[in-house]
Design a binder for this molecule. Structure first.
Ligand code: MN
Length: 133
């Protein structure tokens, strides 16, 4: 799914720069936000194919933002991947419970990072348990 639009929400400039460079080199269109509130706003206005969401952000944290995007009928279909610095025991469950489709631990390994992005973009996202609004 080259040409897909990916929104990166990341507050550390070096990480943002690296992730953006890797994705653009693969032909993805990259949008950037450095905090969760701007990221949510951009997700609603741009409807990217995928959001890569850092977990540790100033103000609202990434898991809360993922939960909000997943609850909103306008954004619930978007694929959401958490970026985390701490791959600790129990984290995976916590992250999947927030509604994300996967997570990537930092520091990223270039090859497995891009493989994971490709894998998730290729999945179709079926929405289960649709609640009436
Ligand atoms: Mn961060």
């Amino acid at each position: 799914m080259s040409g897909a639009t990916i929104l990166v929400v990341e507050d550390t400039p070096a990480n943002m720069k690296l992730v953006t460079m890797l994705l653009r080199r693969e032909g993805y269109r990259v949008l950037q936000a450095d905090n969760a509130v701007d990221g949510i706003e951009m997700a609603k206005s741009e409807l990217p194919d995928l959001v890569l969401m850092d977990i540790q952000l100033p103000g609202m944290d990434g898991l809360t933002a993922i939960g909000l995007l997943r609850q909103d009928p306008e954004t619930r279909h978007i694929k959401l991947v958490a970026l985390t610095a701490h791959a600790m025991k129990g984290d995976e469950q916590k992250m999947l419970a927030s509604g994300c489709d996967g997570y990537i631990a930092k520091p990223i390994s270039y090859k497995s990072f891009l493989e994971e992005v490709r894998r998730i973009l290729a999945q179709s996202r079926h929405i289960h348990h649709e609640r009436p609004s």
